[in-house]
Design a protein around this ligand. Sequence first.
Ligand SMILES: *Cc1c(COP(=O)(O)O)cnc(C)c1O
Length: 378
Amino acid sequence: MIPFVDLRAQYLSIKDEVDAAIQNILNTTQFTLGSEVAAFEEEFAAYSGADIGVGVNTGTSALHLALLAAGVGPGDEVITVPFTFVASVAAIHYTGARPVLVDIDPVTYTMDPAAIEAAITPRTKAIVPVHLYGHPADMAPIMTVARKHGLVVIEDACQAHGAEYDGRRAGSLADMGCFSFYPGKNLGAYGEGGMVTTNDPEFARTVRMLRDWGAEKKYHHVLKGYNMRLEGMQGAILRVKLKYLDRWTENRRAAADRYGKLLPQAGIAAPAARANVRHVYHIYAIRTANRAQLQTALQARGVSTGIHYPFPVHLLPAYADLGYGAGDFPHSEKAAAEELSLPMYPELTADAQEEVVAALADLYPQMNPVRAADLVTQ
Ligand SMILES: *Cc1c(COP(=O)(O)O)cnc(C)c1O
C-alpha cells in the first residue's frame, strides 16, 4: 500500500531529537509560549525572510489575527479565492468583514491578479492571496494593485513553507504572512500550530497581544483578545523539524521532478510551476475528467490519493449566504471537479512513484475519454 502521506516515517527519522525536545518541555514546564516558542519564532521568521514571527495556535488563528491587526472588521470587505481550504474564507468571516471572491488562474491554481480590480469597492480593506499546494500566488501584480488602492496584503502561506517567488520566501512577500503547522503541512507540529510573519513591528505587536488575551503586560488587557497561544511542546518540536525542512523540501521537489518525467510518458499532464517560483509541492495535483472512478480504482491497486478540494468555498452550504452560485468562478469549479492529489511526502521512494504511475498508466486512459492535452493544465 502506498499511503498519501506518511507522518510516522518522518517521526522515526528524527525520533531521538524530538523525544529529547519533548522531555525538555516536561522538565522546564514551559507548556505554553516560553523560550522554545520564542526561539522558534525567531528561527522561522529568519527562515521565511521576515523580521518578526509571532507564534499562534493554528494557521486559521494566524489569518484571523493578521486580519484584525490590519484593522479589518465589520463593514469591510476582504478579497480572496474560492479554491482554497475553507479556513482562508472563515478567518475573514470571523472578523465580521465580508469575504469577496475572485477566480483563480487555472494553471497555478492561485489568485488571478487580473480579476482583482473589478472586485475592489470603497469598503475593500485587504487581499488574501493563497499559495495553494505550495506554489506562490503571482505576488508582483497583486502588490501593484493593492498599493494603488491602499490595501493590506496578507499571504495565506499555510501550504507554502520555504516557497519562493522571484527569489524571496513566502511570508516576506506582502504585509504579513500566515503559516499553519498542522501535522500534515510541509512543516508540521505534533498537534496544532501557526505563525504570523511580518516586517512591521506594529502589526507584530498587535498580533502578539491578541493571541494572549489582548494583554500588554500580565492582566493589563489593552485589546479584546483571545487565547491563541502556541504551545511550548509544539515550539520545541518545530525547532527540531525546521532544521530538516530544506532537505525535506528538496526531497519533495525531486519527487515532483520524477513524477514530471513519468506522467507525460503515461499520457498524463504534470502540474506546471512558473519559472520565477520555487514550488514546495505540499500537494502534487493532477487532473482527471473521471475522478471518483479513478480514485477508487487506484485505491484497489494500492495507491492512496486525496482531493484538495472537492468543493469551491462559494458552493459550500456554510457560505451560501455570500450569495454566489454555480458558474460564478468557472476555473475554481472545474479544478474542484477534476483535481486529484498523488502521494507526496519527503520519504516517498522512486519505486513507489513508479508504482503510482504504472497504476495510472493502466487506469487513466480508459477513464479519461478527453485527451490529457485537452485538460487545462499547461
Ligand atoms: C491548513 C490551512 C489553513 C488553516 O490552518 P490550520 O492550522 O489548520 O488552522 C488555512 N489556509 C490554508 C490554505 C491551509 O491549507
